[in-house]
Design a protein around this ligand. Structure first.
Ligand code: ZN
Length: 62
């Protein structure tokens, strides 16, 4: 495993989990196409567990 912090998909960002699942342009495209509510993409979540919890609640409420 490499210590290179850059994202391998977009070659930007920190390469951390929040980037990989939500911030990365490629991830955002997939999430948007999948119908994820915009607030889940725009709110400033610092913890991926918080974001996943909000995503699950949003999905269960629709
Ligand atoms: Zn990326």
């Amino acid at each position: 495993m490499s210590n290179d912090p850059a994202c391998k998909r977009c070659e930007n960002g920190s390469g951390d989990i929040i980037h990989a699942i939500r911030v990365c342009a490629y991830a955002r495209e997939v999430l948007t196409l999948g119908g994820l509510h915009e607030s889940l993409l725009d709110d400033n979540y610092m913890d991926c567990i918080d974001w996943l919890g909000s995503s699950m609640r949003e999905r269960n409420s629709t």
